[in-house]
Write a protein that binds this ligand. Structure first.
Ligand SMILES: [Zn+2]
Length: 76
């Protein structure tokens, strides 16, 4: 009788593990594999790269700072 109980517990544990594993796999499938790559731009003056949202946009060009924007305009 004890043996049967042991088998029942083992089967229940196996089912529980399998269910948990499947649930985790579903969650992994739903979450994106990697966050979208940030849009990087280079400073027209010094060439340093930064995320577009942190860059100073001026016309068609991007700058890391207002100082570099002025320097660039002074040169060109
Ligand atoms: Zn710069």
């Amino acid at each position: 009788m004890a043996k049967i109980l042991l088998i029942v517990i083992a089967v229940a544990a196996a089912f529980w593990l399998l269910r948990n594993h499947r649930r985790r796999a579903d969650r992994d499938a739903q979450s994106p594999a990697a966050p979208p790559a940030e849009d990087m731009v280079g400073c027209a003056q010094c060439g340093v790269h930064m995320p577009r949202k942190e860059a100073l946009e001026s016309g068609q060009r991007y700058f890391c700072s207002g100082e570099h924007e002025r320097e660039f305009r002074g040169k060109h």
